[in-house]
Design a protein around this ligand. Structure first.
Ligand code: UD1
Length: 421
């Protein structure tokens, strides 16, 4: 088991390059199942979730090559299996995309229920609702979802989501690609990675319009035949480095970002007193004084992302005054990290969906445990900002989603080491 040792209290300086978006990559890789031909995907982050997905595709019979760092070539033409390795599937959340992709390409799929970060109950009823509306016969067991065509076969249809779900939106987009007729998703999620998935599929030959709005239309086509595509930069990885500078202080150029995707995060940090300068594809953040308190409520895009809740909470623990942080997507997310921050000297009171955070002058080093990906990232930020040494355990969660985090932070002047225990 490895841990991170962080000697905190050093401001961050220099530049950091953001990797390709995790939540786009983990959808685009399974989406390659829809393609008969070679897909070249660039800007793929080297993170454990991606490595697991590539193993799943290899096991299904795909050809997978990695000709250079950040580039993956996938050829799923000869896949025959519709039953991905359940042990690999259970290692991550986004393996649920195998359902939509296999269903669309082969008309059937037998997929274990996904694993991954368990910061809340994470139902997939809206995914199932979508598959059923498209004519699939869905059998759910305790640990499996089995999909096959229903009596009237698979056909595009209208699906109105009861909750705005990123995963269900992307899964239904994939499912609709290769089946006859038109699928219309209403109340769709609008996250940048949904647009990225649709752009990838359209590049391969799909006919998807409206991604990024709340109505997405997928006209079924008979063949997706391959091409080349570059994944967008990771909004949340960029937000994490920006929050790290806000909490620990410093002056950093965050490169390879789409500033428009960052507005929901940077506008809050600006309000809290950080200086933010937007360029075409980079953002400079400068912070040399104590932050101000803020009120933040997480919401689906373009709102403040739930995946940045924990990181901004660290900023609030060090801000002047009392902040209010309300979670509206995953209510139980506070439990993944607030007690760890409290052990570092933070003052956080959880009242239902809201954390009331009273800023303190300093956090102090402690031994803390990552319980999920973003909670883990927040503990790293807290360690960077704290006085003394912090040990972050269970970093396997962090390495699911952050490429070379130790190298990137070290290059900014942080004193962080990965230690094999
Ligand atoms: C994705 C992201 C995750 C992020 C989340 C919200 C990936 C791999 N993960 O997760 O990092 O935190 O979006 O931005 O991209 N819900 C249902 N039924 C469903 C599906 C969702 O009730 O069938 C609820 C969830 O419990 C939650 C809300 O809808 O309250 C949003 O979930 P969703 O957007 O689906 O999250 P994920 O796709 O699992």
């Amino acid at each position: 088991m490895a841990i991170y040792e962080i000697k905190g209290g050093k401001p961050l300086h220099g530049s950091v390059t953001i990797s390709g978006a995790k939540n786009a990559a983990v959808a685009i890789i399974p989406a390659a199942i829809l393609v008969r031909g070679k897909c070249r995907v660039e800007n793929v982050p080297d993170i454990s979730d991606v490595r697991i997905l590539l193993d799943i595709l290899r096991d299904l019979g795909a050809k997978v090559a990695q000709p250079e760092p950040g580039v993956v070539e996938l050829d799923c033409s000869n896949i025959k299996k519709t039953h991905p390795n359940p042990e690999l599937v259970r290692k991550m959340r986004a393996s649920y995309y195998l359902m939509g992709a296999l269903l669309s390409r082969f008309g059937r799929a037998e997929v274990a229920l996904p694993g991954g970060c368990n910061f809340a109950s994470r139902p997939i009823d809206q995914h199932i609702k979508g598959f059923t509306a498209l004519g699939a016969d869905v059998e759910e067991t305790e640990d499996y979802v089995n999909l096959k065509p229903g009596m009237n076969g698979l056909r595009g249809n209208r699906v109105s989501l009861d909750v705005v779900s990123v995963g269900a939106t992307m899964n239904i987009i994939m499912a609709g690609c290769l089946i006859p007729g038109t699928t219309i998703i209403e109340n769709a999620a609008k996250e940048p990675h949904i647009v990225d998935l649709a752009n990838f599929l359209n590049t391969m030959g799909a006919n998807i319009s409206g991604a990024g709005t709340d109505t997405v239309k997928i006209r079924g086509v008979t063949l997706l035949s391959g091409g080349s595509y570059a994944i967008i930069p990771d909004q949340i990885e960029a937000g994490t480095y920006i929050a790290a500078v806000a909490a620990a202080g410093g002056n950093v150029l965050v490169e390879n970002v789409i500033p428009k995707h960052m507005e929901c995060i940077t506008s809050k940090l600006q309000e809290m007193g950080a200086t933010i300068i937007n360029y075409d594809d980079s953002i400079r953040i400068m912070c040399d004084k104590r932050l101000r308190n803020a009120t933040v409520k997480t919401r689906p895009y373009p709102g403040f992302p739930t995946d940045m809740q924990a990181q901004i909470c660290v900023c609030m623990t060090l801000a002047d005054g009392v902040s209010r942080l309300t979670e509206s997507v995953y209510e139980t997310r506070f439990f993944g990290y607030c007690s760890e921050l409290t052990s570092m000297g933070a003052d956080i009171l959880i009242n239902g969906k809201t954390a009331i955070v009273t800023g303190t002058q300093t956090l102090h080093g402690a031994t803390v445990r990552a319980k999920d990906l973003r909670a883990g990232a927040a503990l790293v930020i807290a360690g960077l900002a704290a006085e003394g040494t912090t040990y972050v355990e269970n970093i396997v969660y962090i390495e699911r989603g952050y490429e070379r985090i130790v190298e990137k932070l070290s290059a900014l002047g942080a004193d962080i080491k990965r230690i094999e225990e």
